[in-house]
Design a protein around this ligand. Structure first.
Ligand SMILES: [Zn+2]
Length: 66
């Protein structure tokens, strides 16, 4: 798969309800909070470790649960 296709898939994935329902964005579409998959709480992005493999750049588990 070439890089252009990977980019398209990533952009598409960010439009899904599942993706959006687990995250809070500000007016400029900057991620401010996301839902931890373990404790199910919304937390600020600084409560999550960074992970380049994730679409939004953060782990799905917060630091407290990791
Ligand atoms: Zn958690």
């Amino acid at each position: 798969m070439n890089e252009e296709n990977i980019k398209k898939i990533k952009e598409y994935s960010k439009q899904t309800e599942l993706y959006k329902s687990r995250r809070l964005f500000d007016d400029e579409d900057v991620l401010i909070e996301k839902k931890c998959v373990v404790c199910k709480k919304f937390k600020k992005t600084n409560e999550f470790r960074k992970d380049k493999k994730e679409l939004d750049g953060f782990y799905n588990k917060c630091k407290a649960c990791n």
